[in-house]
Design a protein around this ligand. Structure first.
Ligand code: ARG
Length: 447
């Protein structure tokens, strides 16, 4: 028979929770003394001993022992070595089940704060790019076909809005997880006169859990984090895809700082956008971990089941991935230069203005559907005769609709953008409003 004892061991990853675990234990010990469940002296020794344990772990001198399986057992054993039998009173009125539920909530709360800060960093970078090129007109796309001119700043602010919703999702998750589970014991509550509110206050929770059976088996907050993370990565991945396209020789819309590109080992001309590609790729594992946690949870009867230990590695990996990706994007966007001359030239290409010409005819009394048909025929004519709309003589225009006049040549990309002057549109004034809104949101958040 092989030795299978390492199969259930989690210490190599749950040790990340040591600060949260110790903070929870200290709050618990203080409450036990406050309620007269253990002596003040024992509580003082426990709290001081846990401080020493924390220093050892932070300093890298802690004697981790995989034979003790998890973080909780390792810390309790070490506390016993340091302070003696008083350590044995710490676990009064507590179970590892409510303990780990607490640790994960405390840790997730911090991860959410970091994630929101990371998203703010990317938002600030997007706003920075929008402000760097406030008036540059570029082609806007549908179906990845040039469609209508838009301001580059408008395009950047579209991502600002996506990330703003992401922040809302993470904030919602933080609000719902703001519930303190300690006092639930193994599953049924504890037979001591504990003060759960005092523990919640000490640890900065708004509320205490209402049902002990739910509290020890609930990992909804992790599912919510994973969901919000998957959506945020989906947004970042779309931006990554645009950066990959934009930095290609075919597009040449942007130039990334050297730091965010790599050369090919055989093709000396290459400037590959590897960071954007890796971010796009890493989105896959974040989606995967969402499916992982949902699947771990789906068949679990109440209450605690050891399967729940499998909530950690995927979560840590998602948190690490999201935070690293957001840091990369803030800096990569910060140094992304727009090839303004090229995007403006392409935005001015006459077919981009076909919709505006239809709207022009509408202005002369033609119903839109009819105007659209006229422009469709005109575009086909230009295409087959190899001409642009802007170098078509007025007589040619008039062959398609008598309403065309010389002022048809006044329609330019800049005029097209200016015309889209309704709330949320790409007119410079509206985009300036969007920028002001974005700046206001960042300022309110302290950025
Ligand atoms: N390592 C466990 C986890 O992560 C801690 C709780 C263990 N509880 C138990 N009754 N074995 O879920």
């Amino acid at each position: 028979m092989n030795d299978h004892s390492d199969y259930t061991v989690s210490i190599h990853y749950d040790r990340r929770l040591f600060r949260q675990d110790i903070a929870g234990s200290q709050a618990h010990a203080a409450m036990l003394a406050g309620q007269g469940i253990i002596s003040q002296q024992d509580a003082d020794d426990i709290i001081a001993g846990l401080d020493a344990v924390q220093d050892e772990i932070a300093g890298g001198t802690f004697p981790w022992d995989a034979g003790l399986e998890d973080l909780h057992m390792n810390i309790e054993r070490r506390l016993t070595d340091l302070i003696g039998p008083a350590a044995g009173r710490l676990h009064t009125g507590r179970s590892r089940n409510d303990q780990i539920a607490l640790d994960m909530r405390l840790y997730t709360r911090e991860v959410i704060a970091d994630t929101i800060a990371g998203l703010r960093g990317v938002q600030a970078a997007l706003v920075g790019r929008a402000e760097r090129y406030p008036a540059t007109v570029m082609p806007g796309y549908t179906h990845l076909q040039r469609a209508q001119p838009v301001l580059f700043a408008h395009h950047m602010l579209a991502y600002f809005e996506m990330l703003q919703r992401d922040i809302g999702r993470f904030a919602d998750c933080a609000e719902r997880l703001d519930v303190m589970p300690l006092g639930s014991g193994a599953l049924a509550g504890v037979p001591y006169p504990t003060d759960r509110r005092a523990v919640a206050d000490a640890l900065g929770f708004a509320d205490i859990s209402a049902n002990s059976m739910d509290a020890v088996s609930d990992r909804d907050f992790l599912v919510e984090y994973h969901s919000a993370a998957a959506i945020a990565m989906m947004h970042v991945s779309r931006l990554a895809e645009e950066i990959v396209i934009w930095s290609s020789r075919e597009f040449e819309f942007v130039r990334l700082a050297n730091e965010f590109t790599t050369g090919s080992s055989i093709m000396p001309q290459k400037r590959n956008p590897d960071f954007a590609e890796i971010a796009r790729g890493k989105t896959g594992r974040v989606y995967g971990h969402l499916m992982g946690i949902l699947t771990v949870l789906k068949g679990l009867p109440l209450t605690y089941n050891r399967d729940l230990q499998e909530d950690k590695e995927g979560f840590f990996d998602t948190a690490d991935t999201v935070l690293a990706t957001l840091r990369v994007f803030a800096d990569m966007l910060g140094g992304m230069e727009l090839n303004a001359g090229r995007v403006e030239a392409l935005a001015g290409e006459s077919y981009m203005l076909a919709t505006d010409l239809a709207d022009y005819l509408v202005g002369k009394g033609v119903p839109f559907r009819e105007a659209h048909g006229i422009m469709r025929r005109l575009c086909l004519y230009c295409e087959t005769s190899g001409r642009g709309l802007s170098d078509l003589p007025i007589d040619a225009y008039r062959n398609f609709a008598p309403q065309f006049d010389a002022d048809v040549y006044d329609i330019t990309a800049a005029a097209s953008v200016v015309a889209r002057d309704n709330p949320g549109g790409t007119a410079p004034g509206r985009v300036a409003d969007g920028l002001a809104r974005a700046r206001g949101i960042l300022a309110e958040a302290g950025y």
